[in-house]
Design a protein around this ligand. Structure first.
Ligand SMILES: Nc1ncnc2c1ncn2[C@@H]1O[C@H](COP(=O)(O)OP(=O)(O)OP(=O)(O)O)[C@@H](O)[C@H]1O
Ligand SMILES: [Mg+2]
Length: 468
């Protein structure tokens, strides 16, 4: 794009002289203004790379104009023109943020040289701010990998919704990246510098969830020994992320509905209402419409939440992202686990491309972490992790070698996952995916069993299909 210069001078001759000489010499566009007021007007609706302003003008003088321009945007390059002999005014202009000054009358060639330098500076500043912006965006999205068309659409929607204050509902199966996406919506929004408060709804018991969300007054209940601010209060001016909202009770749904409608709430045991400015982002891996039909989810609450939906595609619908995700996750975890960078063998990648991935990216991530730990060389092979492409790798019983390489917590987690996947898998096989019967058989509440299944990404559907 060609550079644009705004010449501000009350003398028409000078305006014309500069326009005629600079346009061909600098291959730029020169616009003219005959007063400071007119210049500000033009600057408010157009972008200029450089402002060349006379210091002595009737009405607003050059120094005043400089001050107002700098107040609006400190990045604009301003050069002041002074009459020969008024060097002190020029110095003052430089102190106030002018980039340079020129004294009249001027020599054409040195003027062109000076302006060339100034335009170079403007171009650098412009490029710098463009890169800064691109960098900010890249950082936010660098953790969310995906080149497939469905993921590109997700990125586009995230960028679009981030600029609004509307409520966002992120849906998608377990492990599809709901958490990452919610963070990106906040980070790309004008609220990014304000708090982001994630609330994992199912892990907080119902009675506590209410006091955590809305806060309480001292004495509101037995253990309320002091006033406590709720998460909605903490999130003021920022965003709150209500993770797995499908699991919350109708009582809390009703209270949240009020916050969504009125943007206000009352802490427990308090009579005064607190008004907050909070952007709500919610997520669920459940089918809320089904829950509505069963009377487990309030329909009005659903519509308040589902203002801007973002649907994350399961991994099996965007298999072309698997190689890229694999590389990304290997880099991430090799460096986290302090291992040399590993890669996967061709046949393992082949199996990855065809695997069902019911636990989506989280499952892929688990498999890769096991691969990093198990493989003896820098290449991860199917036999290192007992991956056969059908079964979840974690369903295999871990071999003793596995433990030797793992920290206690990680070893325990993996064992628990292997146990649960195998135990519940067997039960579901037996009941052909009937969760109610499976719960009865193992003496668990249906809801508890469902919670465990969600945690370990066990889907009853797989067992229904297997038996048919
Ligand atoms: N597009 C992606 N690119 C890179 N990593 C991803 C992507 N999506 C998910 N992940 C990784 O997969 C794991 C699961 O992602 P996340 O926790 O965001 O999913 P989720 O949908 O919230 O899962 P859950 O339903 O289990 O809570 C995380 O470790 C995350 O970093
Ligand atoms: Mg999550």
């Amino acid at each position: 794009m060609i550079a644009s210069i705004l010449v501000v001078d009350d003398e028409m001759d000078m305006q014309q002289l500069l326009k005629r000489s600079l346009e061909p010499a600098l291959d730029c566009r020169v616009e003219t203004a005959s007063s400071g007021e007119m210049a500000l007007n033009m600057l408010s609706s157009n972008r200029f790379d450089l402002v060349l302003a006379d210091i002595k003008m009737p009405g607003m003088d050059g120094l005043e104009l400089l001050e107002l321009i700098k107040r609006e945007s400190s990045d604009v390059t301003v050069i002041i023109m002074t009459a020969f002999g008024s060097i002190d005014l020029a110095v003052e202009a430089m102190k106030n943020g002018a980039y340079d000054f020129i004294t009249k009358p001027f020599d054409h060639n040195s003027l062109v040289l000076q302006l060339e330098k100034a335009l170079e500076r403007s171009a650098l500043l412009k490029e710098n701010s463009r890169l800064k912006k691109a960098c900010e965006n890249a950082n936010i999205f660098q953790d969310i990998v995906g080149e497939s068309p469905p993921m590109q659409r997700v990125f586009e929607t995230v960028r679009m919704v981030a600029n609004t204050d509307l409520t966002v509902l992120i849906t998608g199966e377990s492990g599809t990246g709901k958490d990452l996406t919610a963070r990106a919506v906040h980070a790309l929004s004008p609220r990014s510098k304000a708090p982001y408060i994630p609330v994992n709804c199912p892990t907080v018991p119902e009675q506590i969830l209410e006091s955590e969300l809305f806060g309480y007054r001292k004495g509101a209940f037995t253990h309320a020994t002091r006033n406590k601010r709720g998460m909605f209060h903490e999130a003021h001016n920022g965003s709150i992320f209500l993770d797995e909202i499908g699991d919350i009770s109708p009582v809390i749904q009703t209270k949240l509905l009020r916050v969504l409608q009125e943007k206000e709430f009352k802490p427990l045991g308090d009579t005064t209402t607190i008004k907050v400015d909070v952007r709500i982002i919610a997520s669920t891996n459940q089918n809320l419409k089904e829950k509505i039909a069963k009377g487990e989810f309030r329909e009005d609450f659903f519509y308040r939440l589902n203002v801007l939906p973002i649907k994350l595609p399961p991994l099996r619908e965007r298999r072309e992202d698997i190689p890229l995700l694999t590389t990304h996750l290997l880099e991430k975890h090799c460096s986290k686990l302090n291992r040399p960078l590993k890669e996967i063998s061709g046949d393992l990648l082949h199996m990855f491309m065809a695997a069902p991935w019911t636990g989506n990216i989280r499952e892929l991530e688990n498999v890769l972490v096991q691969g990093i730990m198990f493989s003896k060389s820098n290449e991860i092979r199917p036999e290192d992790i007992g991956f056969n492409g059908k079964q979840k790798a974690s369903a295999q019983s871990p071999n003793p070698e596995f433990f030797r390489n793992l920290a206690y917590k990680k070893a325990k987690e993996s064992t628990l996952e292997a146990f649960n996947t195998a135990y519940i898998g067997n039960l579901l096989k037996k009941t052909r995916g009937n969760v109610t019967r499976a719960a009865r058989e193992c003496d668990l509440e249906r809801q508890s069993l469902q919670q465990i299944m969600r945690r370990y990404h066990i889907s009853a559907d797989n067992f229904r299909k297997e038996s048919s």
